[in-house]
Design a protein around this ligand. Structure first.
Ligand code: ZN
Length: 376
């Protein structure tokens, strides 16, 4: 059995702040959080590890382009530097063969206990062509029996699917949800009634709120209107300063009950690198500062990391730090159904932890008590 202990100056357990505490774990699971002598502590704040439920790449690797184990390792290493301790590698709209390979790779990672990999997110291919964003239109298609079976595989860990509700029957959403699949709505031009029907059928959230979805207007509230008005669903938000104006973010914060906004990165391969361009299907994506665009000028994912999203929430939006940390850990855990073991640093939870500096930079991260990344 593996026992370990860490003494820190400050700890946020997901609910409360504590000073000078020792956190102990055994076999990856937290056993105690107890007061300790201030003379022995490590500087910084220990917080629950961040959980990124939408991440396409990092460290120079993109999951769609290379659906192999090395990509998952590279992505995890790149994002662990920014506090992510768990992720759903995200496959955007692609061929069935690529989706199958991605699923096989994630299944092997989960079977092997690969640090940080807790499932898979299929973003597409059952999307709206007019709201496709940078997804390749040639691969957008209705839901087939083959894909229905793929999403319901029992070896994928947490399986999340983003669909446009106008392209899929409400009964299909119900079937997926009953099989344990997390269904989010996005890349959609649906009217409000169709979106509400999808929620009623079991969809539980919205992918990158405001982006690639029917807008809120006075007489047709669209997907944005339903997403903001519905108190029960989660909304992924990309706080990179490009996908969402701070005013739009404040509207979301005011509209949604606490616990329903989830920070995601939607990160592409350049995160953690100095790459300025990368190949994307038949085209190219270019980076200028922290903005990615394709050749047509559309936003093409982000170079955001979870620590930067937390910083943005606190520094630009004025979100209280504890709440911003919950938006990066506890709320995503709740959105994907793993909040019984992740999202808090309390006895019984997994020791997925991040040590932050006062400037909210990641100093060190752990997955189930094992070091994932350590700064210099
Ligand atoms: Zn998208």
């Amino acid at each position: 059995m593996m026992h370990s202990e860490l003494k820190v100056a400050r700890l946020f357990d997901g609910e409360r702040w504590q000073q000078n505490v020792a956190i102990r774990w055994q076999d990856g699971q937290i056993t105690d959080v107890v007061p300790c002598d201030a003379s022995q502590v490590t500087a910084g704040t220990l917080v629950p590890g961040f959980i990124d439920i939408q991440v396409n790449g990092g460290g120079g690797a993109l999951f769609n382009t290379a659906t192999n184990q090395q990509t998952l390792t590279t992505m995890m290493q790149a994002h662990a530097r920014f506090g992510s301790t768990a992720m759903l590698p995200t496959v955007i709209t692609d061929s069935v063969a690529t989706m199958q390979q991605a699923a096989d790779t994630v299944a092997a990672a989960i079977a092997a206990g690969q640090p940080g990999i807790i499932g898979i997110h299929f973003e597409g291919p059952h999307l709206s062509v007019p709201k496709k964003g940078v997804h390749p239109a040639s691969h957008i298609r209705p839901l087939s029996a083959q894909e229905m079976a793929l999403y319901q595989r029992s070896d994928l860990g947490i399986c999340m699917v983003t669909v446009a509700p106008e392209t899929i029957a409400a009964e299909q959403i119900s079937q997926l949800v009953q099989a344990g699949v997390i269904v989010f709505l996005g890349h959609s031009n649906a009217d409000a009634a169709t979106v509400q029907a999808a929620l009623k059928a079991g969809a539980t959230g919205f992918t990158h709120l405001y982006n690639a979805m029917s807008p809120l207007t006075s007489r047709e509230p669209g997907m944005v209107g339903v997403a903001l008005a519905d108190p029960n669903s989660w909304c992924g938000i990309i706080l990179d300063g490009h996908h969402m104006d701070p005013i739009a973010a404040k509207v979301a914060l005011a509209a949604k009950p606490k616990g329903k906004l989830v920070l995601v990165t939607d990160a592409m391969s350049p995160v953690g690198t100095t790459d300025t361009e990368f190949a994307f299907f038949d085209g190219k994506v270019t980076r200028q500062g922290n903005k990615l665009t394709n050749e047509a000028g559309s936003l093409a994912g982000s170079v955001l990391d979870m620590a930067a999203a937390v910083q943005y929430a606190v520094q630009i939006l004025g979100v209280e730090l504890g709440e911003a940390l919950r938006m990066a850990a506890l709320y995503p855990a709740e959105a994907i159904g793993c909040a019984d073991v992740r999202g808090k640093l309390q006895p019984g939870y997994l020791a997925d932890m991040v040590l932050l500096t006062d400037a909210l930079q990641c100093q060190q991260s752990w997955w189930q008590g094992q070091p994932l990344w350590q700064g210099h």
